[in-house]
Design a protein around this ligand. Structure first.
Ligand code: FEO
Ligand code: CA
Ligand code: CA
Ligand code: CA
Length: 583
């Protein structure tokens, strides 16, 4: 138990030690099994996975995508469900038979594009157990890729900055990219969030000069990371400069209708979207909290104009098109108490708060397309890489992982009350309280945990808050989710060297926090050089799904099942006695 903390009656399992093994390690009494892995056949006509990278682009298009990240479970009945699962990016060295770290042909680009996007996977219960399996064939099974047709919706639709030679209307776009995490609407649709989209763009044109807006979104045009632009002109920013503006959005997908067209919802702003935490405010309006994961970027909130109509879901389709986008300002405590304070949501509305033509915003659409620029204009607080956001179902307090920030304390990014550590190695989880009204423009906040390592740093800021111990030490909280009982599930995407500042922390891991007592206990540890991410439950909370993403990115894993090439996989967690996970 953490020092000086009352014993938690929320956390019912025995915490486990750190691990550096190339396997999933889980709390006693629990079982972790693979549900589906990258390359497994999914839709009709799919070929078997070739463990040597020999599947073609056309074959990959029918298989489960790579690097599964955020996901949601949509129940059909007690024994059937549909899962929507993001395929964030690819591990080139394993995707391509040639083992190189970049695409070297158009076929490579097409295969990579086919491994991106979202996989819609039907699942069914095995007998009367808590275990599930992929249902195949199923009419629901579907791949949405970097080449699937989608529409724009909301205020930026059709704007000149979204128009291209292939789509002069600015209304139709191909594909979704770098689908990091996710959200779920009250009307049963899936929200998938486009994060590091600029890594797909570049140009061979040596004298190409990036614009200030492209730089703000971190585009490095002359160092195309994945080399798509060499073979697919759509991703050449010199030839198709507006294509970049067509990514960085939140995309809504109806997983229950395999013929539905995904919709990019421009009212939610364009940035490196991590996840979308959705709630219905007490007055019935829809609220979406969103992080923008880059060093010094911001936390956003969207409030719909109209109310959710639970009696007629068809009336809800415009809720994500018409509303106000806000960005957060975090101020210190008036009495100077550390690790807490107050804050405000600043509206990003054209014509207000300096969002005017004089300051470079020509219309409402530009405020959304260049939301980062608008956030700076209104004075948003620079955060330590906002990743996931999760809402406590019991009190509405909202938690956000700030994963780490190697640049904190450098010029242009001084420490501030909410981001108090220079060269923030370990990250923190901040939470805010809006007094029970998710539409509020003011809030109070505190730090739930400042992660740290008491083994490497028995004293000082890198020790972490008192709820960090030698037993639960971790770095870089990223994935985050609440279960129905109010347990806070924390997943890490950090350094796994197990040396120096990270000694004793082992591989990336999953922990559970008690929001009231503050206690945090380690529940599961992933295989070598993976990230643990994505969290979804069945409605009875007796089955949990978690993602092992990019195992062996350092060339050191044969996960799962001694695979010649490691494979990102969805893990199904059950309790040997069939009980509620974590209880
Ligand atoms: Fe895809 Fe910020 O994690
Ligand atoms: Ca990830
Ligand atoms: Ca993440
Ligand atoms: Ca991360």
């Amino acid at each position: 138990l953490a020092e000086n903390l009352p014993a938690s009656n929320l956390l019912g399992f025995k915490g486990i030690a750190a691990s550096t093994a190339d396997e999933v390690v889980i709390a006693p009494g629990y079982k972790a099994e693979v549900l589906i892995s990258w390359g497994d056949p999914l839709v009709d006509g799919a070929m078997a996975f070739d463990p040597n990278g020999g599947n073609s682009a056309a074959e990959q298009e029918k298989q489960f995508g790579d690097n599964n990240d955020g996901m949601s479970f949509f129940p059909i009945d007690d024994n059937h469900g549909v899962m929507a699962i993001n395929n964030e990016y690819v591990n080139e060295q394993y995707l391509f038979a040639h083992g190189g770290s970049q695409a070297s042909s158009l076929e490579d680009v097409r295969k990579s594009q086919a491994a991106h996007g979202v996989s819609i996977v039907a699942v069914k219960r095995i007998g009367d157990s808590q275990r599930w399996q992929v249902e195949r064939p199923s009419r629901y099974n579907r791949r949405i890729t970097a080449n699937s047709e989608m529409q724009f919706s909301g205020p930026a639709t059709g704007h000149p900055l979204l128009q291209t030679a292939a789509d002069p209307s600015g209304r139709r776009v191909l594909g979704t990219l770098n689908n990091c995490s996710n959200g779920k609407t009250p009307w049963g649709t899936y929200l998938t969030c486009e994060e590091n989209f600029e890594t797909y763009f570049g140009t061979q044109q040596a004298d190409y000069k990036t614009t200030p807006e492209q730089k703000r979104y971190a585009l490095k045009a002359n160092e195309p990371e994945r080399n798509w632009s060499t073979f697919d002109e759509r991703f050449d920013v010199a030839k198709n400069p507006n294509e970049l503006n067509r990514f960085g959005w939140i995309v809504e997908i109806d997983p229950m209708n395999p013929h539905s067209t995904p919709i990019k919802r421009t009212a939610l702003g364009r940035f490196k979207h991590e996840n979308a935490a959705v709630t219905v405010a007490k007055d019935g309006r829809l609220v979406v909290y969103m992080g923008d994961d880059e060093r010094g970027e911001h936390i956003y909130k969207y409030v719909s104009k109209n109310k959710v109509d639970s009696s007629n879901p068809a009336n809800n389709h415009r809720l994500l098109d018409d509303g106000t986008l806000y960005v957060a300002q975090f101020d210190g405590d008036a009495n100077g108490t550390p690790l807490k304070g107050t804050g405000r949501w600043l509206a990003l509305e054209f014509g207000k708060n300096g969002l005017t033509p004089e300051n470079g915003f020509r219309d409402a659409a530009e405020v959304l397309i260049f939301a980062r620029k608008a956030a700076s204009q209104v004075g948003a607080t620079k955060m330590d890489r906002p990743e996931w956001i999760a809402i406590n179902p019991h009190d509405g307090q909202t938690y956000c992982t700030l994963t780490n920030n190697s640049k904190r304390g450098e010029e242009g990014m001084p420490v501030n009350a909410a981001n108090p550590r220079p060269n923030n190695l370990y990250g923190q989880i901040i939470r805010w309280d809006e007094g029970g009204d998710a539409t509020a423009e003011n809030f109070s906040w505190d730090i739930y945990v400042l992660a740290g390592n008491p083994i490497a740093h028995p004293e000082g800021v890198n020790r972490g808050t008192p709820n960090i111990t030698a037993e639960n030490t971790f770095n870089s909280p990223d994935g985050l989710g609440f279960d129905k009982a109010g347990r806070l599930w924390i997943l890490t995407d950090g350094k796994y060297s197990n040396k120096g500042d990270y000694q004793g922390q082992g591989n990336n891991q999953m922990l559970v926090g008690d929001p009231k007592s503050g206690e945090i206990r380690r529940f599961m540890v992933g295989p070598k050089s993976c990230e643990l991410t994505g969290i979804a439950f069945t409605p009875d909370y007796k089955t949990m799904f978690v993602n092992v993403q990019h195992p062996g990115e350092e060339g050191d894993s044969r996960f799962p099942n001694n695979s010649p090439r490691p494979r990102s996989s969805v893990i199904m967690v059950t309790r040997e006695d069939g009980g509620v996970i974590g209880a």
